[in-house]
Design a protein around this ligand. Structure first.
Ligand SMILES: O=C(O)C1=C[C@@H](OP(=O)(O)O)[C@@H](O)[C@H](O)C1
Ligand SMILES: C=C(OP(=O)(O)O)C(=O)O
Length: 425
């Protein structure tokens, strides 16, 4: 796909539903009694993978025009899948569902695409095994395909080396099937959607600092879930509007949970003009509209506790930094190496193809911004965030860019190119 240079961006958009929250609404709805009604559900490929896994385990899930209905069967209502569960491109599906499968009395297998097959699962296999789960990597490489033989689990207090909401959520979900209270402590707080939503479904979840705990065997009841817009998807239009002079864009209904809003802090530190309007809550999550105006940006340092709050936005932050005046340093972000691609590598290699002065490091990158970038062909491969981030870079490059495998954006944002075109007209 050819993405052309754009002049100013103008108008309003409604951002599609949050991917993390959409996955969780399907999962927790499936484990509840009664029906869960989900509005603004993200119909991205990753969340559709979660739906198909639970359908395969006997849960009736209806995709209506304005909502998704999950007819839950309670904590112990899943049935043994007859086929391999296909998590597609989705790390979230794989790691969260593994915690659930470990506690359910049947045998299951989980697999996914060539990107998922390279992603580390040892980080969940280790704590699950401490809970006495029976989980094996069928190729003996700590990746999918996984085989899980479920049974009652042993409660643990686990200290995780990585700040990962997927690891934390996996253990908390396994804790639903444990013989006591299970807790997880992480080095830095990661997104807390699991804790917030499980509590609203009736689970006894407590959070204190970076420790979350859960009591076993609750009665979960179906809920109405209104999914906020995904700040990780909004990030592309935040970057686009900030970078193109004269832009003014209103992004409606964006989830701004403090464990996710690091992009707003970084954009502000770079000199970006972003106003939060109309603050409210949706299903226990803070939401607002964002008014973003073209700004002249300068470099910054992105590090420490901020990293988990913007981990998926680093590719597009790097694009912003490439056009900003001065140096941007991103550190403490080694987790980038284990996403859909090694994002330290794919971001820096692709920025170099455009003529950017950028150096990868062990845990991030150093970007010398402000050079005029030139046109090139960029291959997004199996990484949706690389596709969308470089589509945003193209808006500021004479001759634009040729984006290969642009369709991978459908993993988290099926209408991305349509929305981009609408705002750039
Ligand atoms: O829990 C979640 O929904 C997610 C957690 C993050 O992954 P990690 O937990 O591996 O950091 C994030 O990158 C992913 O897109 C979604
Ligand atoms: C890392 C991501 O997702 P997941 O881990 O669910 O594949 C992402 O969306 O950038």
């Amino acid at each position: 796909m050819q993405i052309k240079k754009a002049h100013a961006l103008h108008g309003e958009i409604n951002i599609p539903g949050d991917k993390s929250i959409s996955h969780r609404a399907i999962m927790f709805g499936s484990l509840s009694n009664g029906t869960t009604e989900i509005t603004n559900f993200l119909e991205g490929a990753d969340c559709l993978s979660t739906i198909s896994c639970f359908q395969e385990m006997g849960i009736k899930i209806e995709q209506k025009k304005n909502c998704v209905l999950v007819h839950g069967k309670g904590l112990h209502g899943l049935k043994e899948p007859q086929h391999i569960l296909d998590a597609g491109n989705s790390g979230t599906t794989t790691r969260l569902i593994s915690g659930i499968l470990a506690g359910n009395p049947f045998v299951s297998q989980l697999d996914g695409d060539n990107s998922l097959r390279t992603r580390p699962m040892k980080r969940i296999m280790e704590p699950l095994r401490l809970m006495q789960a029976d989980i094996e990597s069928l190729k003996d490489n700590n990746c999918v395909p996984l085989k899980i033989t479920g049974h009652e689990l042993h409660a643990i207090d686990y200290t995780s080396k990585v700040a990962s909401a997927q690891v934390k959520s996996c253990i908390l979900l396994a804790g639903l099937y444990a013989d006591g209270i299970t807790s997880v402590t992480e080095p830095v707080l990661s997104r807390n959607h699991t804790e917030l939503m499980l509590r609203s479904f009736g689970a006894k979840v407590t959070s204190e600092g970076t420790t979350a705990s859960i009591a076993p065997d609750p009665v979960l009841n179906g809920q109405k879930v209104e999914v906020p817009g995904d700040i990780s998807s909004a990030a592309y239009f935040i970057a686009a509007a900030l970078l193109t002079p004269g832009s003014e864009v209103l992004i409606r209904n964006v989830g701004v949970n403090p464990t996710r809003d690091g992009i707003l802090k970084v954009a502000k530190a770079m000199g970006g003009s972003i106003e939060r309007l109309n603050p409210r809550t949706a299903s226990g999550e803070p939401v607002c509209d964002l008014l973003v105006k073209g700004s002249s940006l300068h470099g910054t340092v992105v590090e420490g506790e901020l990293i988990p709050t913007l981990i998926d936005e680093i590719p597009v932050i790097a694009v912003m930094a490439a056009f900003a005046e001065g140096i941007t340093i991103i550190r403490d972000a080694a987790e980038l190496k284990v996403k859909e691609t090694d994002r330290i590598l794919t971001v820096t290699e692709n920025l170099k193809l455009l003529g950017c002065d950028v150096t990868p490091t062990d845990d991030g990158m150093i970007i010398h911004g402000g050079k005029t970038l030139h046109s090139a062909a960029i291959d997004a491969g199996l990484d949706h965030r690389i596709a969308m981030s470089f589509a945003i870079a193209a808006l500021n490059i004479d001759g634009g860019i040729e984006l290969e495998h642009s369709e991978i954006a459908e993993v988290s944002y099926p209408d991305f190119y349509k929305d981009l075109e609408k705002l750039s007209m």
